[in-house]
Write a new protein. Structure first.
Length: 90
């Protein structure tokens, strides 16, 4: 998933760490819980990195949702072109 790759690059951590942390967060675990009791799953990520990951993950997911919303609104007007799709995705 592209978002995971972005997070791994920005935070300078392994993709597997991002995947593990996001899975735990999506399951409803809190940052303090993950930092204290799931270090073996995340490869030892501390609470600072996990908080940054959580914030960026939320931002990137919201951005992706907004992109899809914009594309759908333009498509409803029958004005969505491949060029617009490319521009929106960038």
């Amino acid at each position: 998933m592209e978002i995971f790759n972005i997070l791994a690059e920005e935070l300078k951590i392994k993709l597997s760490q991002v995947e593990s942390a996001v899975k735990l967060l999506d399951e409803g675990n809190t940052v303090p819980f993950i930092a204290r009791y799931r270090k073996e799953v995340t490869g030892g990520l501390d609470d600072e990195v996990l908080r940054t990951l959580t914030d960026r993950l939320t931002y990137l997911r919201n951005l992706e949702a907004r992109r899809e919303e914009v594309k759908n609104l333009i498509a409803a007007q029958e004005k969505l072109t491949p060029e617009l799709i490319d521009a929106i995705d960038r």
